[in-house]
Every structure is written in C-alpha cells, then in structure tokens.
Design a protein around this ligand. Structure first.
Ligand code: SF4
Length: 286
C-alpha cells in the first residue's frame, strides 16, 4: 500500500548528481543502472575511467592522507605505479605509456603546490534536502580561501574546460548547496581543475544560478521518483520500455549498455574501451 494520509510526510527521493544526470540523459540507461536486478551486463571497463580513478586516488592520498613531509615527487611516482591497473587499455604498451603520461600530469599539477597546504576536506560527502529530495555527493576537495569554501573537482578528460562548464555543472552547484548545509560556511566558487592542460575553469555562483540548478535537480528528481514508483508497482517489459524509454544520441557509443541496446547501437556503435584516451601526442611522437 502506497497511499498517503493527509499531513503524512512523503518519502524523500535520494539521489546523487550522477543519478539525476543519468535519468536526464537516458531513461533506459537509468533503469539498467539503478533498477534492474540482476543488473544487465555492462560492457568492458573504459581506459579513460582507469586514468581518472587512479589520478583521483593519488590526489586524495596526497592531500588527504599523507603528512606534508611525505608529499614528494618520488612518493607520487611510487603511488601512481602501485595504484595503476590495466583495465580498458588496448595492450600493455598502451597501459604503460598512459601510466607515465598520467604520472607526468599529476606531477605537473602538483609542481607549484605548497606541500604544507591543508585543504578543508578531501573526498567529503556533502548533502542537503529540498521539500521532496535528499541530494548528496562526494566532493574531490574543498578549499578554504578568504573565509569562503571553494569546491574543487579534478578533471582528466581530453577536452579543455571553460568557465561556462564550471557554471553550468549541475553537480558543482549541488556541491555548493551541500557544502553550505553541512559545513555551515559561505560558499559560491566552483573550480574544475583540468590536469591534462593544468588549467582551472572557475565560476562564482549567486543565489539565482544556484536556485536555477536546484529547480532543475528537483524537477529531474520528481520525474525519476514518479518513474521509480511505477517500476516498484510492477511493469511488464513493454510498460518498462514506455516508462524508461531508450533515448538514443551520439553519446550511445560511450554507454556501458550499448552492446545490449539495439536502438543505441543503431545511432552509434560501441566505442573501443580505449577510445576516450587522447593518443594524439603519442601517435605524433611515434
Ligand atoms: S545505448 Fe543509448 S539509448 Fe541505449 S541505454 Fe545506452 S544511452 Fe540509452
């Protein structure tokens, strides 16, 4: 029975920015990722995700776990080597070449940093609730500058980023709201630290921009909650495809479920697991 009595509090829909964006991108992908049990088989791991995961791990250790005297280039190189994994690469040679390249990327990023600098938080979960949703996420790093908190997100993708990317990021805006709520501090600034170019794309939010992102998040959360309610009431396969339809786009080639989704495959064939790496420098050097 799902009937509500008047005045009875409704259950909050719990979500991360990733979950909301998955629903906004493609309902079928959302159903495969969060609802189907057992979960349909995913494609192989992506090499660019391996690069991103290892870089994030090393930076989390550097700022969050290592005491300042340990924050040396040798320690970074050692940690990159011990954390590295082969997942998604074409072969050992490509993996080794990307391990070196990623190590250089992290060393370049840290070159000018003060080893004694202590961020306010590393990999910190922040959260806030609206009338109908509980929104949460984990922030790579929270800096403290001039009595303000700064939300820092590390990026390792091939595309350089702009302040528009920082300002339009739903996740970053929700992190601002979550950090304000959890840490009780002023926070407006968001920064995307793009390691491949060693550049920072930054933006300063105001009440209006944050309200815009919050409204968008709540609207997606409402739609996702309604669709999930239908799912839990029980749907035939045809009904499930109606409530959670495939939404093919050129991005389907990067979808973990492209191999089992005929509509997606028709629009964009599944990419090779290493296709997200920018191998141009290596190809030029070779
Ligand atoms: S391949 Fe495309 S349409 Fe199919 S589930 Fe993935 S994102 Fe959706």
């Amino acid at each position: 029975m799902n009937e509500m009595l008047p005045g009875m509090p409704t259950e909050l829909f719990v979500a991360t920015p990733t979950k909301l964006l998955n629903f906004a991108d493609c309902k079928r992908k959302y159903r495969y990722t969060y609802l189907e049990t057992p979960r349909p088989p995913k494609g192989p791991p992506w090499a660019h995700n391996t690069v991103g995961a290892v870089v994030h791990e090393v930076l989390a250790d550097f700022y969050g776990r290592w005491p300042a005297p340990r924050r040396t280039p040798d320690e970074v190189v050692g940690k990159m080597r011990s954390s590295w994994r082969q997942e998604g690469f074409r072969d050992e040679q490509q993996s080794a070449s990307w391990r070196e390249r990623s190590t250089d990327m992290v060393l370049g990023y840290l070159r000018d940093s003060d080893p004694y600098y202590e961020p306010l938080a590393v990999e910190r979960t922040v959260a806030f609730t609206t009338e109908r949703a509980s929104l949460r996420g984990r922030v790579d790093r929270i800096d403290e500058r001039a009595d303000q908190l700064v939300i820092v997100d590390y990026k390792t993708g091939r595309r350089p980023l702009t302040s528009t990317d920082a300002r339009s990021s739903l996740a970053m805006a929700l992190y601002v709201l979550g950090a304000r709520r959890v840490l009780h501090r002023a926070c407006t600034r968001v920064e995307l630290h793009h390691l491949p170019t060693n550049t920072i794309a930054a933006a300063d939010h105001d009440d209006q921009s944050l309200a815009h992102h919050q409204r968008r998040a709540e609207s997606i959360a409402d739609d996702a909650a309604a669709a999930e309610t239908r799912w839990h009431e029980g749907l035939t396969l045809a009904e499930a495809d109606e409530v959670f339809p495939p939404e093919p786009s050129p991005l389907c080639g990067w979808c973990d479920f492209a191999r089992i989704c005929p509509q997606g495959r028709r629009v964009a064939p599944p990419r090779d697991p290493w296709a997200g790496l920018d191998d141009s420098d290596i190809a030029e050097a070779g």
